[in-house]
Write a protein that binds this ligand. Structure first.
Ligand SMILES: Nc1ncnc2c1ncn2[C@@H]1O[C@H](COP(=O)(O)OP(=O)(O)O)[C@@H](O)[C@H]1O
Ligand SMILES: [Mg+2]
Length: 320
């Protein structure tokens, strides 16, 4: 098993009482071993849906219409739930957006880390406690020996988040999926966590899919960035190219709407128009209704991927 992840033309809808929500369409992405891929986009663009699809824990209303997710040698969509469960927690770990729901409310946090180590790492029972305390210390939880005995309700939200991150990293996954991992943490802790993720990428060649609305953070820690809009990936490039020479009008607006590296996409209101209603029939380019460069071809399928240069792809009829 390698850490490599490949998502090929993934399309997914939610069947709801109010119609089918076309949450992902034709999404293709890959992450190499040791690489940190950032996924950015406004709230509602499909970042979390993509993350849950990769780990195979999506909502029962989700239906995959097509595409493949290959993790190492495993076809994640075709694999049995047992095979996926074996992979989760050992080769693949996820940091969720809502830490409290990821923790067991009635078990001490130290014990929860031990559970993971016992199931997924070769740690002898005599060593479990020391490893669990180390895992807490690594995410800079003060007084880890004492916090080991805490229940989640005794900890603040930020502390729960750190516990969840400690759990995710405890058995050195090949692939980490981190959905807004540091939202709500103070900047110092955020840097500690992100440095830890980067160290593991470099030293243990862990691959990371980092979902964030913080372009400054993505620019600092990612190797490549994928931009999502309304269930599409619209541009993928190395960090330098994406930030210095964005080619998709949406990426340009996201960056143009970012006055400082500290800004967040969610916090910005300068992008005209709204995400389209994903229950409606949509044109090939889902950004076209918001786009000043729109031409007739934007409505026509298939929407091409255009190569702007090495390691720089954009899904647009009129890239700049
Ligand atoms: N269980 C669900 N049922 C119906 N629609 C959903 C469900 N989960 C997510 N969606 C829709 O899918 C789209 C993408 O959501 P999400 O991936 O959570 O966005 P974000 O990029 O903010 O993480 C949104 O339009 C959202 O309303
Ligand atoms: Mg989300």
């Amino acid at each position: 098993m390698t850490g490599q992840l490949q998502i090929d033309r993934l399309s997914l809808v939610f069947r709801t009482r109010h119609g089918a929500v076309r949450a992902l369409e034709d999404v293709s992405l890959s992450i190499e071993r040791g690489e940190i891929l950032g996924v950015v986009g406004e709230s509602g663009s499909g970042k979390s849906v993509l993350a849950y699809a990769v780990i195979g824990l999506q909502d029962p209303a989700a239906e995959v219409l097509g595409g493949r997710i290959l993790f190492g040698g495993l076809d994640m969509l075709a694999a049995s739930e047992q095979a996926r469960a074996d992979v989760r927690g050992r080769e693949l770990a996820m940091i969720f957006q809502s830490p409290r729901t990821a923790l067991n409310p009635i078990r001490k946090v130290g014990r929860q880390i031990e559970d993971i180590l016992r199931q997924h790492a070769n740690v002898s029972s005599g060593e479990l406690r020391r490893h669990a305390i180390n895992a807490l210390a690594r995410v800079r939880i003060p007084d880890p020996e004492r916090r080991y005995h805490a229940y989640p309700f005794e900890l603040s939200g930020g502390m729960c988040q750190r516990v969840m991150i400690a759990m995710a990293l405890a058995c050195s996954p090949f692939l980490l999926i981190a959905d807004e991992p540091t939202t709500g943490l103070d900047v110092t802790t955020q840097a500690v966590i992100m440095d830890l993720i980067r160290d593991l990428s470099r030293s243990a060649r862990m691959s990371t899919l980092l979902i964030t609305h913080d372009l400054g953070l993505a620019g600092e820690y990612c190797d490549r960035i994928a931009v999502m809009h309304a269930g599409h990936v619209v541009e993928v490039a190395s960090v330098e190219k994406l930030l210095d020479h964005p080619a998709h009008p949406y990426t340009q607006q996201l960056l143009g709407a970012t006055p400082t590296p500290q800004s967040t996409i969610e916090g910005l209101t300068a992008i005209p128009g709204q995400l389209p209603d994903l229950r409606h029939d949509l044109p090939a380019c889902r950004f076209s209704a918001r786009c000043a460069r729109r031409v007739a071809a934007c409505e026509e399928r298939p929407l091409p991927w255009v190569s702007i240069g090495p390691d720089h792809l954009v899904r647009c009829q009129v890239p700049l």
